[in-house]
Each structure stands twice: as structure tokens, then as C-alpha cells.
Design a protein around this ligand. Structure first.
Ligand SMILES: Cc1ncc(COP(=O)(O)O)c(CN[C@H](C(=O)O)[C@H](C)O)c1O
Length: 343
């Protein structure tokens, strides 16, 4: 099976597995696991932030940011198709007791004036705006890159009001490699950042959140409260360090593969692309084949390709380290055959 459902399916490289086996470990609750400390310090340095914290998933990182930035009863501004809104089980309400307020963007990009208008003035009837969240690259928008200028404009508005900006940068390194903008420059337009080690970078587990030393001090306490106090974590942190230090530049290959797939899909009658391809995600509309996305995915699975439904008529293909050029050719051929049978 060729698995292009998501870049969450990436498996650790032999180097990552060996690193996890040989690493010296310690109890991270006592601050004695030098491997995770090295990973956190490296990540903070790359982002130009004071400190960083290893967390078990992107969702945990995003939720710890909400718990740390916000008070119960606050409101969080975020794009209408943000992962924090669509795919985290309403955790920000369930755990942090905050209310999400969505702003419809265009391909994940919020209009800064819409953000400004949504910031709550001081009024006994209103919640306070506790956090503004940006997602870059934007998953639901097809891995779309949010321009640095847009982030800067939103960050300026946030600073005017003393509101923290959190970046859901699960695929921040994809955005950086594709745009040429450094992760440090993106991070400079935020107060806190979450990025995934476990997606395109190929680590088996984990994410990083990063921000001020004070934020990370509080975030570490929230992680502990959530049962995330880690012990001999070097076993998974060292593979994360290998991922962070050796797997960034190769993301360009995933982007090339996504562009190849998109170019081929565009030529197939009955298929249409949902937007341009910025990074490693291709979203295809299959309505022209008179079949639902569920049916399309089901038929494609029988042909040996795992893709993901992304809406009633849309299917997502995500390229990643475990899918090579030949696999991409196979995916294109299988989709071609399926479409030909249907048309
Ligand atoms: C932008 C963004 N932020 C956060 C997360 C959460 O990361 P994890 O909790 O899965 O580590 C994801 C995962 N996205 C997953 C995927 O794309 O297959 C699913 C949808 O949860 C994400 O895409």
C-alpha cells in the first residue's frame, strides 16, 4: 500500500531508531534527561525564542498554549478552518474553558482588519480576547502558506491590544522550505509556536512548543497537570533531535512530489484541484467523476493507494518521507485508471 493519507504516517528512519536506542536517558520530571534538554534548546535557538518544551503531540502543544495564555471565559480568535477549531475535539473549550471565535480566511489567510474588528473591547457583557491563533502552513487550505506580511500585520494588531499570538506551525518547516522565509522570521511574528517533529520531519512522536522562558515555565506545569510529565524521554526525544537536524531540507522533495501529482491530476478528466500547491498537500475535487470522496477513497484503497477524504467531494493526498518518486508515479497511474473507468 502507498500511504498518502497524511504526513503523520511517517516512520522513524534507521538513524532515528539507533539514536533512540543508544541515547543516555534521565528522568525529565527532575530535569535530568539531557537528550530532551538538547532538543528543546536547539528548537528554541532555531526559532529565536527563549525556551521550548517537548510535548507528545501537536494537539497537546496547541492546547497547552491555550491553557497557558488564556483564562477561563476568554475568547480565542482563529481562522474558520483551523485545526484547533476543526480537529482537536473542542479541547480548548473542554480543557481551557475558552470560546473559539472563527474568522473566515481565504486559503487560511485572515484579513488583519477582520481580526482587529473581532478583538473584544472592555465591556461587562464580553469575554476578553485571550489569544489569536494563526496556522502556517494551513492544513485545510491544502498546505497553503500564510504570507509573512500577513502574520506581521496580525501580530502588530495583537501587540496593540496586548494579546498573545500563537502559531500552530505543525508544518512550519514545510512553509519555510517552500517560501524561503526562515522559521525564525515566521516565529518573530508570534509569541508562541507549536511545530510537529512527527509529521514531515519523520520523528515517531512529538511536537515542540516555544516562547518566553516564563511561558515555558507555566506550559511545563500545564503539561504535568495533563499527565505529560515525561521520564526517560530521550528514547523518543533523540529521534526528534535527528529529525529536526537532518530532515528539514529534504522537505523540498515532498513539495516536488506534490507538484508532480497536482500537475498530473489536472490532466485527468473529472478531477479538479482545490487551489494551488504550496507545500506537500494536494486536495482534489472528485465530483466530476460522479462519485463521493468516500467512494473514490474506497476504490483507490482497493487499487493499493491510501488517501484521505477531506470533505464530501474532496480527497487529500499528502506527500512525505516514506513516499518516493516511483510511489508518486504509481499513485498517478492508479488515480488515472480509476478516473478512466468512471468517465
Ligand atoms: C495544522 C495541524 N495542527 C495540529 C495538528 C495536530 O497534530 P497531532 O496532534 O496529530 O500531533 C495537525 C495534525 N493533522 C492531522 C493530519 O493532517 O492528518 C489530523 C487532521 O489531525 C495539523 O494538521
Amino acid at each position: 500500500m502507498i500511504d498518502v493519507r497524511s504526513d503523520t504516517v511517517t516512520r522513524p528512519t534507521p538513524e532515528m531508531r539507533k539514536a533512540g536506542y543508544h541515547v543516555e536517558v534521565g528522568d525529565d520530571v527532575y530535569g535530568e534527561d539531557m537528550s530532551v534538554i538538547k532538543l528543546e534548546e536547539t528548537a528554541a535557538r532555531m526559532l529565536g525564542k527563549e525556551a521550548a518544551l517537548f510535548v507528545t503531540s501537536g494537539t497537546q502543544g496547541n492546547q497547552i498554549a491555550a491553557l497557558t495564555h488564556c483564562d477561563r471565559g476568554d475568547e480565542v480568535l482563529l481562522e474558520a478552518d483551523a485545526h484547533l477549531f476543526l480537529y482537536e475535539g473542542a479541547a480548548m473549550s473542554a480543557l481551557a474553558g475558552v470560546q473559539p471565535r472563527t474568522i473566515q480566511g481565504v486559503r487560511g489567510v485572515m484579513n488583519p482588519e477582520h481580526v482587529r474588528a473581532a478583538v473584544r473591547p472592555d465591556n461587562i457583557h464580553f469575554p476578553e480576547t485571550g489569544m489569536i491563533c494563526i496556522e502556517n502552513s494551513h492544513n485545510k487550505a491544502g498546505g497553503a502558506i500564510v504570507p509573512l506580511e500577513n502574520m506581521q500585520a496580525i501580530h502588530d494588531i495583537a501587540r496593540e491590544h496586548g494579546i498573545p499570538v500563537h502559531l500552530d506551525g505543525a508544518r512550519l518547516f514545510n512553509a519555510s522550505v517552500a517560501s524561503g522565509v526562515s522559521v525564525k522570521d515566521y516565529a518573530a511574528q508570534t509569541d508562541t509556536v507549536q511545530f510537529c517533529l512527527s509529521k514531515g520531519l519523520g520523528a515517531p512522536v512529538g511536537s515542540i512548543i516555544s516562547g518566553s522562558a516564563e511561558f515555558i515555565r507555566k506550559a511545563r506545569k500545564w503539561r504535568k497537570r495533563l499527565g505529560g510529565g515525561l521520564r526517560q524521554v530521550g528514547v523518543i526525544a533523540e529521534p526528534g533531535y535527528v529529525a529536526l537536524t537532518t530532515m528539514v531540507d529534504r522537505l523540498a522533495e515532498d513539495h516536488e512530489h506534490a507538484a508532480l501529482m497536482a500537475e498530473a491530476f489536472e490532466q485527468i478528466p473529472g478531477l479538479s484541484l482545490e487551489g494551488s500547491i504550496d507545500t506537500n498537500i494536494v486536495i482534489v475535487n472528485v465530483a466530476g467523476l460522479s462519485m463521493s470522496s468516500d467512494h473514490f477513497v474506497e476504490e483507490l484503497t482497493k487499487a493499493g493507494v491510501l488517501a484521505g477524504t477531506f470533505g464530501p467531494d474532496t480527497v487529500r493526498f499528502v506527500t512525505h518521507y516514506d513516499v518516493n518518486r516511483n510511489d508518486i508515479k504509481q499513485v498517478i497511474d492508479r488515480v488515472n485508471e480509476l478516473a478512466r473507468v468512471r468517465s
